[in-house]
Design a protein around this ligand. Structure first.
Ligand code: 9MR
Length: 344
């Protein structure tokens, strides 16, 4: 007991490792290469590095016939040098697509573009990647497509089989990487999210029936501290259904937006920490869960500053460390969820 508590106090990565889990975070080339203090804290807390943007099409495909891995390689080397695992995300996503894509990719060449992209990128990092998000955000019910699939260029040009194809090409290019289907808004007990969970499960079932080489589901877990419609049993059931298909579970992009909470940051921090702990306790109850990743480490660097800015203009506080890289209650909420996981 006391020994465990000590481990959890040391760092999030140690607390996670004590329960057979991996903890890490997303960051960026421009941050890790320019802020040495942040890089040092990153290495203290994290066992895996997730490139926040550097492996997206927009970053690696300056033109249809050129790949640019400069920043991705810098991050991969940073990870290697410091003994961190390294993640890949995303191979196919409807966002962060370069401008040339729209006028270049069509029904005739779509399969060639998809195959060539995945082969090139996955082979480039083969052997260095813990897990790849192969298809990101492939379900979007408001698009009203069959099976709830998102209307993406790939769906339009290749039909639903683009998903199976993407996983097969990735598996061939790096047989060691864990291949993940990643999505958001599958956390809460709302009608929309319940329907999305159903669609995701059906997609996973179809893929398993086709023997698609898929190994895990990624729950992005962009949560909101003001949202109270959380039902542990529904989430547990969903995770159990996923696990019963032989799939692992990763939390891939967790953060807890504090928009809608009071200005007083002690109140905000308490609620954000509570959400981390409540949510992760449910996720970690599932033996198939292997990793917890936050979308950033410090409140200094988070997409939520722009995308979930607060009406009172107070700085957002969604991550485990504050802007001065000190652990907040959220850090302790995560550590305590790790600590309460029953050892498997
Ligand atoms: O945090 C990322 C931000 O810096 C980028 O501008 C944005 C567009 O590429 O993507 C953000 O990360 C997204 C992730 O790649 C996929 N899930 C949602 C994340 C937040 O938008």
């Amino acid at each position: 007991m006391a020994a465990n508590a000590k481990v959890a106090e040391a760092s999030l990565k140690a607390g996670a490792a004590a329960k057979g889990l991996i903890y890490g975070a997303a960051s960026q080339h421009k941050i890790l290469s320019s802020n040495a203090e942040f890089a040092r804290r990153f290495l203290e807390e994290c066992a895996i590095l997730v490139p926040e943007n550097e492996l997206k099409w927009e970053a690696v495909r300056p033109s249809p016939d050129r790949f640019d891995f400069t920043k991705g390689d810098w991050l991969a080397q940073f990870a290697r040098k410091h003994g961190l695992l390294f993640r890949g995300t995303p191979l196919l996503w409807y966002q962060a697509i370069p401008d040339w894509f729209r006028e270049t990719v069509n029904r005739q060449n779509a399969e060639q573009f998809l195959t060539n992209h995945i082969e090139t990128v996955v082979k480039h990092y083969a052997g260095q990647i813990h897990s790849w998000d192969v298809v990101n955000e492939g379900i979007h019910l408001p698009d009203r497509q069959p099976d709830g699939l998102r209307k993406t260029p790939w769906l339009k040009f290749l039909g639903e089989d683009y998903i199976d194809l993407a996983f097969r090409v990735a598996a061939q290019a790096d047989p060691q990487a864990i291949l993940v289907y990643n999505d958001y808004d599958i956390d809460y007990d709302t009608r929309e999210q319940e329907a999305k969970r159903k669609s995701v499960l059906k997609l996973l079932e179809r893929l398993k029936a086709k023997k698609t080489p898929i190994h895990a589901i990624g729950l992005q877990a962009h949560l909101s501290a003001a949202e109270t419609r959380f039902n542990p049993n529904k989430l547990r059931k969903f995770l159990g259904d996923v696990a019963s298909m032989g799939l692992k579970v990763l939390v891939t992009e967790m953060d807890v937006a504090d928009r809608g909470l009071p200005f007083d940051y002690t109140i905000r921090d308490r609620r954000v920490a509570q959400v981390y702990e409540e949510y992760l306790s449910v996720i970690l109850d599932e033996p198939a869960t292997i990793a917890v990743l936050t979308w950033g480490l410090s409140d200094r660097y988070t997409w939520l500053s722009q995308h979930r800015a607060r009406a009172d203009n107070a700085k957002v506080r969604p991550l485990p460390l504050d802007r001065d890289l000190k652990p907040k209650l959220a850090w302790h909420g995560i550590a305590s969820a790790f600590e309460s996981r029953s050892s498997t």
